[in-house]
Ligand binder design. Structure first.
Ligand SMILES: [Zn+2]
Length: 442
């Protein structure tokens, strides 16, 4: 192991996959990353290249971490998950609204205890690292301590917020509107731009609270995140409820509700957005609001999802909507973005949609997620100038022997065990480096 503590440069050698667009995934079968230490700490990528075209003279004096036989990929961005629902991901699935009542709300109530919350956050931080997730947008519980603990414990580029719930929620998980606002202001003060304003969804957050929260987000330039149009029953309830509320006269869609309270901005992420009209997608596009697509969570119940339907990414794209991926733990059964990517490909292929490739999936799970969260300049792939945030996956097949193997084939083979042998997949990621520093996966 080279002395990486003192060196200002570092070479990483292995098979590198660098996602550049929905249709372009660069593969360096025998590749090198040249890293350079920043004065303020951490390493950025100075160059990415094939080993054979890298000047040997330059390489001779630089300590090297030889990862030959392994795949090197950028760390993932999971732009929608509930860290406090980790324990319920294996609970039996019903439908969205019953699932919330029977499993999610009782679980989230436990996070009122700050000590318990701190311990759980430390455990979940390890899980995120083992999943290779280095950034994302997080739903906590309504308790302020669940935001504090997440932002203190998780390594990476995360924004986090406490779900605002001041109506239609169980008494043990309901805030007085005034208290919710006071918490919101204090959390925004404490965490600045890492705090995300988070109405749980239109059924649990009063219009008055959403309006005040939306104003706070706009005034302070904060992200907002919420759920949108996940199931037909949820949509019918929202439209029925809001059409009777003053200020929402003539309101036609679920998306309209969020727009009228000022919740849709260029710094907003709406999760799911499955059952949508073209007008709704166009409204999201007009506001610059992104969608977090959660294929494992929306998957059929026999695939351990909630059976909510499949996000029509082609229609969203043609209407101009930006979208990335979310694991949606705990409705989503798996934290790994490899599962999310494979579920996306599989569900779309079943419908004959060939544009749903692994190349596109990796791009969305890394670079696009980083861009949606405003950190695309610094993170999201392995291009020169960005932080050296990458994961290492042992290739259980011989990539180097076959220079012609495409990134698409490599990802397909790498994740093929997810369909058949989950225990073998626990070792999909063997090492993780954040800003060039190796992180413990123990
Ligand atoms: Zn969710």
């Amino acid at each position: 192991m080279p002395d990486t503590n003192s060196s200002s440069q570092l070479l990483i050698r292995g098979t590198i996959l660098n996602p550049l667009s929905d249709t372009r995934l660069d593969v360096f079968p025998d590749g090198v990353l040249l890293l350079e230490r920043e004065k303020t700490g951490g390493f950025r990528i100075r160059a990415i290249d094939h080993a054979k075209s890298f000047p040997l003279k330059q390489a001779r004096d630089i300590p090297e971490i030889d990862l030959t036989g392994n795949l090197i990929l950028p760390g993932f961005f999971d732009i929608h998950f509930h860290w406090v629902q980790d324990e319920v991901c294996s609970a039996p699935k019903e439908n969205l609204l019953d699932w919330l009542t029977n499993h999610v709300f009782p679980r989230e109530a436990k996070f009122a205890d700050a000590d318990y919350t701190r311990k759980q956050a430390a455990i979940f931080a390890k899980k995120l690292m083992r999943a290779g997730t280095f950034g994302g947008a997080i739903f906590c519980s309504l308790h302020a301590c669940s935001v504090d603990s997440a932002l203190e414990s998780f390594t990476g580029d995360f924004v986090a917020g406490n779900p605002l719930m001041d109506m239609n929620s169980p008494p043990f998980l309901t805030h007085e509107t005034k208290c919710a606002l006071a918490d919101l202001e204090a959390l925004a003060e404490r965490h600045g731009s890492l705090f995300a304003v988070t109405p749980r969804f239109a059924l649990t957050t009063s219009p008055g609270l959403m309006r005040a929260a939306g104003k706070l987000a706009r005034d302070k330039g904060l992200f907002t995140q919420t759920h949108l149009s996940e199931s037909p029953r949820e949509i019918a309830s929202v439209v029925a409820m809001y059409s009777g509320i003053p200020g929402f006269e003539g309101m036609k869609t679920y998306t309209d509700v969020y727009d009228r309270v000022g919740m849709l901005t260029e710094k907003s992420v709406t999760a799911h957005a499955i059952h949508m009209s073209d007008d709704e997608y166009r409204l999201l596009a007009k506001r610059g609001t992104a969608v977090a697509h959660c294929p494992t969570s929306n998957a059929p119940i026999e695939e351990r999802g909630l059976g909510s339907g499949l996000f029509d990414f082609r229609r969203a794209e043609s209407d101009g909507v930006q979208w990335g991926f979310g694991s949606d733990i705990g409705a989503g059964p798996f934290l790994s973005m490899f599962d999310v990517m494979r579920s996306f490909v599989r569900q779309n292929r079943r419908k004959g949609i060939r544009e749903a490739t692994f190349t596109k999936a990796l791009h969305r799970a890394t670079r696009v997620g980083a861009e949606i969260l405003g950190v695309g300049e610094d993170s999201g792939n392995l291009s020169a100038g960005k932080w050296a945030n990458f994961i290492v996956c042992p290739a259980k097949f011989r990539v180097n022997d076959n220079e012609g193997m495409s990134g698409e084939e490599i990802l397909d083979r790498l994740t093929s065990c997810l369909d058949t042998d989950r225990t073998r997949c626990e070792s999909l990621i063997s090492r993780a480096f954040y800003r060039g520093e190796e992180m413990s996966l123990e």
